[in-house]
Design a protein around this ligand. Structure first.
Ligand code: SF4
Ligand code: MG
Length: 330
């Protein structure tokens, strides 16, 4: 069976007065039904732009999907008309964001906001929609769901609001849920609860999850497969246990060293990766990670490494893994 989502050489640029921002540059990955794929990297690496490209929510201009395909259930979303895409967005792909306060309307009761989604997309009556809203709030573990319907967003905690957002996102039984930093604004205990909830809902509903995060720690227990992005490029991709046990790219190794929970266990020092992501307006020649990499060699400043398959399902973009014969053929 073909994957539910297949992102194929996606390239999304922003054409600004200051130059072309190559936010997503030839990115490919795929996600099967009912699975979780994590897209990981620091802020500014292109994760969110990838998500917004899939949703076709790139502001155009200045943004544009310049090339590539986004096959969703066999249809190329890049080619869809805006009305068709609106249907996909409401019913088949939903997205949740980092800060629910910005996506929930502060002046309407939570129940009315969920009901509105159901009235709009599922053509339910008000009464049916409110009944279903109670069921959804129960599903995401909100106690006293019936009375909570009458709350305004500010009457709820951050964790509760994120549960409400998940309930809204799942209201129309989407095939794909895109979660962009869904737990970043929450404290650690609540983070774990929300991730657990998403994972449980994925298992019970079969909704595939594209989890976007800067924190590899969040990925360990939730995702099957991880794609690491750096400066608009995929730099490594692997099944989650493979990535944690055999990280190949120096950037991935650095991300792993900066996870507090892992470091505590084996008493290594928590190290942040020195330096910052290069400006996407002025990318360095060669490997985009070269100015932060302690293994950088001459070649790394001259040529960008290709994405290479090391073993089944494990790919890396780094000259350290190019064998001599490949080296000569360039
Ligand atoms: Fe480091 Fe070179 Fe590999 Fe880039 S290609 S990550 S600079 S060793
Ligand atoms: Mg982001």
């Amino acid at each position: 069976m073909p994957p539910l989502l297949q992102v194929d050489h996606l390239t999304t640029y922003f054409f600004t007065d200051r130059g072309t921002v190559k936010a997503v540059d030839d990115v490919s990955f795929s996600l099967e039904s009912g699975k979780t794929l994590a897209l990981v990297g620091e802020s500014g690496c292109g994760k969110s732009v990838t998500a917004l490209s899939i949703m076709r929510l790139i502001p155009e201009p200045p943004g544009k999907i310049v090339s590539g395909r986004i096959l969703f259930d066999g249809t190329d979303l890049v080619q869809l008309s805006e009305p068709d895409m609106r249907h996909v967005r409401g019913n088949r792909i939903s997205m949740i964001f980092q800060e629910p306060m910005t996506s929930l309307n502060p002046v309407f009761r939570v129940g009315d906001q969920i009901a509105e989604v159901l009235e709009l997309h599922q053509k339910l009556s008000r009464k049916e929609a409110l009944d279903r809203a109670v069921g959804l709030l129960r599903m995401v573990g909100i106690p006293s769901a019936e009375s909570r319907l009458r709350d305004y967003p500010h009457q709820m905690s951050g964790g509760m609001r994120q549960r409400v957002m998940i309930a809204m996102a799942l209201a129309c039984n989407p095939r794909l849920l895109i979660a962009d930093e869904p737990t970043t604004a929450l404290d650690v205990t609540i983070q774990a609860q929300i991730l657990e909830l998403m994972d449980e809902l994925r298992r019970t509903t079969g909704t595939a999850v594209l989890l976007i995060t800067h924190d590899l720690g969040v990925v360990a227990e939730t995702a099957e497969h991880v794609v690491v992005m750096y400066a608009g490029r995929v730099v490594e991709e692997a099944p989650v246990s493979e990535l944690f046990h055999h990280p190949l790219h120096p950037y991935t190794q650095g991300l792993l060293r900066s996870i507090p929970s892992l470091v505590e266990d084996d008493k290594r020092r928590l190290e942040a990766i020195p330096g910052v992501v290069p400006s996407l307006l002025a990318l360095p020649a060669g490997c985009r990670f070269n100015d932060r990499c302690k293994f950088a060699m001459d070649r790394c400043y001259a040529e960008e490494p290709p994405l290479m398959t090391i073993e089944l399902g494990h790919q890396v973009r780094c000259w350290l893994y190019v064998k001599e014969d490949q080296n000569n053929s360039g």
